[in-house]
Design a protein around this ligand. Structure first.
Ligand code: ATP
Ligand code: MG
Length: 276
């Protein structure tokens, strides 16, 4: 599952790590791939990612096996992380001259033999080669949308990129999930944005939205997800609920690529037309 939105600060990383922890706490084996040079997902999961740590950069650029960089996440059984270091900042440029530059992550994942129920990929806030690698490697896209003005601006470009990757490199790719983040029910703006998103995307939007919560934003500074930092908080409960919705929809469990492809093409066209 590729967590992408080229807009910065919309909750990609927060969603990746907290959904991953929720799925692991439900008994799944889950790998988080940190594909952002900022390394925020690695930090939030309490994974060391200083410059010498073997990282996703080595996998993408040096063809190191994914198994050699994956680390278990302390505190959450069944949760693993492939960390990002600052080296990854150079990868956008270094990848350009490499063979099969768009499909290096896909190959690494295909060669990874450990049993897993879910892989979540945290993308950087851009549509460059790192995000393209994620889209080529993924089965589906999860777009977190912050309930603020401008939320939908720029989404058309992301949807067009998903279309392009589907057309040329990954026929099964589709936008399966939209998650509303930092929702503040007290403001009219948040409910207006939520309504607009639901009108555009319909079924893909999870019924659960994630509230704005101080506990969610505090957790990373302790190297924790909100699920271990404050399991009873509204933020933790909403991510658990969102994970339950995803699991129950069967996303990623009984995945029928052919059927998804046919359905996704229609959805995608409607979405791309609706949002420019
Ligand atoms: P970037 O584009 O830089 O990678 P991002 O899309 O990954 O950003 P996050 O880093 O997850 O976004 O979130 C941006 C900021 O908002 C962080 O400081 C995070 O702690 C905070 N935040 C995210 N979700 C919530 C929430 N539900 N309630 C309160 N704060 C939140
Ligand atoms: Mg991030």
């Amino acid at each position: 599952m590729v967590v992408a939105n080229q807009k910065g600060g919309v909750g990609k990383t927060t969603t990746t790590v907290n959904l991953a922890a929720s799925l692991a706490l439900h008994g799944g084996r889950v790998l988080v791939i940190d594909l952002d040079p900022q390394g925020n997902a690695s930090t939030a999961l309490g994974i060391d990612h200083h410059a010498e740590v073997p990282s996703i950069y080595d996998v993408l650029v040096e063809s190191k096996p994914l198994s050699e960089v994956v680390q278990p996440v302390p505190d959450v059984e069944g949760l693993f992380c492939a960390p990002a270091t600052i080296d990854l900042a150079g990868a956008e440029i270094e990848l350009v001259s490499l063979v099969a530059r768009e499909s290096r992550l896909q190959r690494a994942i295909q060669a990874y033999e450990q049993p897993l129920d879910y892989i979540l990929i945290d993308c950087p806030p851009s549509l460059g080669l790192l995000t393209v690698n994620a889209l080529v490697a993924g089965a589906e896209v999860l777009i977190p949308i912050q309930c603020e003005y401008y939320a939908l601006e720029g989404l058309g470009q992301l949807l067009r990129n998903v279309d392009l990757v589907r057309g040329h490199l990954n026929p099964a790719l589709h936008v399966s999930t939209i998650l509303l983040t930092m929702y503040d029910g007290r403001t009219r703006l948040a409910s207006q944005v939520a309504e607009e998103v639901r009108n555009h995307f319909g079924e893909e939007v999870l019924r659960t939205s994630i509230p704005r919560s101080v506990r969610i934003s505090e957790a990373p500074s302790y190297g924790q997800t909100v699920l271990t930092y404050d399991p009873g908080s509204s933020g933790a409960l909403s991510y658990l609920e969102a994970a339950r919705e995803i699991a129950l929809r069967g996303v990623g469990i009984h995945y029928d690529a052919q059927q998804a492809h046919a359905g996704a093409q229609n959805d995608q066209q409607n979405m791309a037309e609706g949002i420019q």
